[in-house]
Design a binder for this molecule. Structure first.
Ligand SMILES: *Cc1c(COP(=O)(O)O)cnc(C)c1O
Length: 375
């Protein structure tokens, strides 16, 4: 059996090698390493795929969040409601700008921010809601957009883990994750579903004026060369990464479909394991399984993780501690039991290997080993 990886980046490269190598080589030949023509082509192709007017690429998914908050003119002291069960970037960028993160707890079935909990956290200082489509499945956007409308709030979608996920409205209309709020942000970090070979990110918006502002902020706040309208940052996608992403975008749907097949295998195989809860699916979102994340009950998560590792099966805890209990965010004044669902999930979750390249032999070995642990 081949060695098992959380995500087999090497196997994927081998598979796409001729196309990827050619894409990289053509950029090397052109020497247009920054702002080369591949950038615009990639942005247009991604906007076509997502069905959104504007895609603005940038240096990484963390910058995309920071640029989004800056472009919307959010000011120090403004309150932003978000989830504590996320990668730190969602919140860290708020802290950098002096914005005040206000945490709303998540739904234990979907791991995503709960609309009912959002309602409880709205104050006169609230300016925005930042849902994170965690592990590849959308938060309950229709309800979140309604809350935002009623209270005149911006919605910024952190789509780093859900590029390609469909949101399904009650009417049956589908839209891509990241295109529902005023701005969507994403990351092309190597392990994401749409990924490059280094750092990369992007922002999405329907609003042309906002798109212009975003472009300017990502380029030092400059509109006319060497004249600065606002304080900006230097955050660009490399041309080489854009060339790689153009190749990978063509495979995104088929790779996501392959992940769904892996997830279905796990679902069925783990169904009879009483101490495991497999990830739930919802009627309002497709799932692209950025992670396949189970809950392990009765305090057995860490023991299972060790057992798997002793049999050469990697697994990862996303995330071991919610953001509100992290040392860096103590200044916000939260304590234990403030957000009980997120805290419980941090004790129970375990993400299993998933990628388009994982094979049946590996999957059977993984699930059999999990049963061995519980028997
Ligand atoms: C990966 C990730 C980011 C940050 O992306 P980088 O490109 O690594 O900066 C932000 N939010 C979430 C939810 C992520 O998973």
């Amino acid at each position: 059996m081949k060695e098992i990886h959380m995500a087999d980046l090497r196997a994927q490269y081998e598979r796409l090698k001729p196309e990827i190598d050619e894409a990289i080589n053509s950029v090397l030949q052109s020497t247009a390493f920054v702002k080369g023509p591949e950038i615009k082509k990639f942005e247009e192709e991604l906007s076509g795929y997502l069905g959104i007017r504007n895609v603005i690429s940038c240096g990484n998914g963390t910058d995309a969040l920071q640029i989004a908050y800056m472009a919307l003119g959010l000011k120090p002291g403004d309150e932003i409601i978000t989830t504590p069960f996320t990668f730190v970037a969602t919140v860290e960028t708020m802290g950098l700008l002096g914005l005040k993160p206000v945490f709303a707890d998540v739904d234990e079935r979907t791991f995503n921010i709960s609309p009912a909990e959002i309602r409880k956290k709205i104050s006169p200082a609230t300016r925005a809601i930042v849902p994170v489509h965690l592990f590849g499945q959308c938060a309950e956007m229709e309800e979140i957009l309604e809350i935002a409308n009623e209270n005149n709030l911006y919605v910024i979608e952190d789509t780093a883990q859900a590029t390609g996920t469909d949101y399904i409205f009650k009417t049956g209309v589908k839209k891509k994750a990241g295109t529902l709020g005023i701005i969507g942000t994403t990351s092309f970090f190597p392990s994401k579903n749409l990924a490059c070979y280094g750092d990369g990110g992007a922002l999405f918006t329907m609003n042309d004026e906002l798109a212009t502002k975003i472009r300017s902020i990502a380029n030092h706040g400059m509109k006319v060369r060497y004249y600065y309208d606002s304080i900006g940052v230097n955050s660009r996608l490399d041309t080489i990464q854009a060339a790689i992403l153009r190749v990978k975008l063509r495979y995104l749907d088929s790779f996501n479909e392959a992940r769904r097949k892996v997830a279905s295998f796990y679902d069925t195989a783990l169904n009879d394991c009483p101490e495991i809860i497999t990830p739930s699916r919802t009627e309002y979102s497709s799932h692209i399984y950025h992670q396949y994340t189970i809950r392990v009950l009765n305090g057995k998560r860490d023991k299972l993780k060790e057992f798997l590792l002793s049999r050469k099966i990697p697994s990862i805890v996303y995330y071991p501690l919610p953001v509100h209990l992290q040392k860096a965010y103590r200044y916000l004044g939260y304590s234990e039991r403030d957000l009980p669902v997120s805290e419980m999930l941090c004790r129970e979750v375990l993400s299993l290997p998933i990628c388009p390249e994982i094979d049946m032999e590996q999957l059977e070995y993984i699930t059999k080993t999990i049963y061995d642990f519980f028997s």
